[in-house]
Design a protein around this ligand. Structure first.
Ligand code: FES
Ligand code: FES
Length: 164
């Protein structure tokens, strides 16, 4: 059975007819062709590769139906860069070589973006704890933690500049 839904994704409204059982991650990847959000664990909710923001809050899009996001606002990894400029966190990942295959990266970026908003000055332990829901099989996390730490410092410096 199909139903009409309207979801705003990265600021753009999408009206689509979808099956009630369609997962949000499949809506993003297969219906509106935003393939930066990945599926890593066969929809078990353990790897975090499918993480997106739902009204600003990180959610695993393999654990939600698209119809549950009707009328809501989603941000995906494609929405982090503004006018072709990578976010401070994305730039930091690039500089620290915080990815290898990159399969986990979009989910980690989405999770860490919100983490740094809610905890602007995290300790290394807090950064490591924040990654508990994101599995990376390549990097050993060392460079990921370093990238998040650098991004936190740069975001703090940016806030100081703005406050001057
Ligand atoms: S694909 Fe959603 S948590 Fe793994
Ligand atoms: S970079 Fe390969 S899984 Fe994280």
């Amino acid at each position: 059975m199909k139903r009409a839904i309207t979801i705003t994704v990265n600021g753009q409204e999408h009206e689509e007819m979808v099956e009630n059982r369609l997962l949000l991650v499949d809506f993003l990847r297969d219906v509106i062709n935003l393939t930066g959000t990945h599926v890593g664990c066969s929809f078990e909710g353990v790897c975090g590769a499918c993480t997106v923001h739902l009204d600003g809050v990180p959610v695993k899009s393999c654990l939600m139906l698209a119809v549950q996001a009707d009328g809501r606002s989603i941000t995906t990894v494609e929405g982090l860069a503004k006018n072709g400029v990578l976010s401070i966190l994305q730039q930091s990942f690039t500089e620290h070589h915080a990815l290898q295959c990159g399969y986990c990266t979009s989910g980690i970026l989405m999770n860490a973006t919100e983490f740094l908003q809610s905890n602007p000055s995290p300790s290394e332990d807090e950064i490591r704890a924040s990654l508990i829901g994101n599995i990376c099989r390549c990097t050993g996390y060392v460079h990921i933690v370093a990238a998040i730490k650098t991004a936190a410092q740069r975001l703090a410096a940016t806030r100081l500049e703005v406050a001057k």
